[in-house]
Write a protein that binds this ligand. Structure first.
Ligand code: B12
Length: 194
């Protein structure tokens, strides 16, 4: 392919490839309407529910991302969350307003945004704005991907519960997610009982 010789960049190679074979869509997950939980083999699900014991309802985790190219981490994370016994709602590539609609529609317990290619502080400000406007300010938000340190401080001040950088151990992520959801559920219960 001539692209390889001309300029070694994934976007150029991808455009050349597309011109010959058309665009390849590995799945339909980029469409929010299709957003649905991963299927878990029933026996595994039962085992995981028993193991997690005290969690009364499975955690519904909305996982969305900002860019098309860095898919690998998205799928690694989605599989790990599923294997840990969570219901993963695959938002795919979504902007904040779409994420909020999916979170409401899918009754998400937690929103996870994978940000690889954009400005985290702008996206997160938009997300919280949309969440407030749509009456879901209490759903916890966690963020992962390429998040510069200075942006991490800013988005945590905005209300992001945790930020995960490259090479974060998956078990540590799962542990934090469970703790965050437990805390949010307890807060909601308290609020409802008042
Ligand atoms: C592989 C890779 C690619 C592959 C992606 C293949 C694929 N299908 O995914 C390809 C070659 C396509 C690619 C392309 C590009 N890339 Co690239 N890429 C990488 C690389 C080397 C690894 C990413 C990866 O897959 N990691 C493995 C996964 C499992 O880990 P992870 O994504 O970090 O996720 C972990 C945590 O961050 C966390 N996490 C991540 N997301 C989330 C979300 C939630 C909710 C939670 C809880 C946790 C979480 O959990 C995971 C487990 O620890 C990184 C460098 C790096 N070391 O990170 C650069 C990197 C991300 N790429 C980069 C760039 C610049 C690009 C290009 C723009 C380059 C170019 N000029 O063409 C293009 C993008 C194309 C475009 N937009 O036009 C930059 C991003 C810089 C930035 N945003 O400021 C990086 C950091 C390299 C660098 N240092 O410059 N890239």
């Amino acid at each position: 392919m001539s692209a390889g010789r001309r300029m070694f960049s994934p976007s150029v190679i991808s455009q050349e490839r597309e011109a010959i074979w058309n665009r390849y869509f590995p799945c339909r997950e980029a469409q929010p309407f299709w957003a649905g939980s991963f299927t878990i083999i029933p026996e595994t699900r039962h085992f995981q529910e028993e193991e997690r014991g005290s969690m009364e309802k499975k955690i519904r985790f909305l996982l969305s991302r900002d860019d098309y190219y860095h898919q690998r981490g998205y799928w690694v994370l989605a599989s790990a969350l599923r294997d840990a016994g969570l219901e993963v709602i695959l938002g795919g590539i979504q902007i904040p307003s779409e994420m909020v609609q999916t979170a409401i529609h899918e009754d998400a317990d937690i929103i996870g945004y994978r940000i690889m290619d954009a400005a985290p502080k702008i996206l997160i400000a938009m997300l919280f704005d949309e969440m407030n406007q749509n009456g879901i300010p209490d759903i916890p938000v966690v963020v992962g991907g390429i998040i510069p340190k200075k942006d991490e401080c800013i988005i945590k001040k905005m209300g992001v519960k945790a930020v995960f950088h490259p090479y974060s151990p998956l078990a540590m992520i799962m542990g934090r997610v469970e703790d965050i959801v437990r805390e949010a559920r307890a807060k909601r219960k308290n609020k409802e009982s008042k």
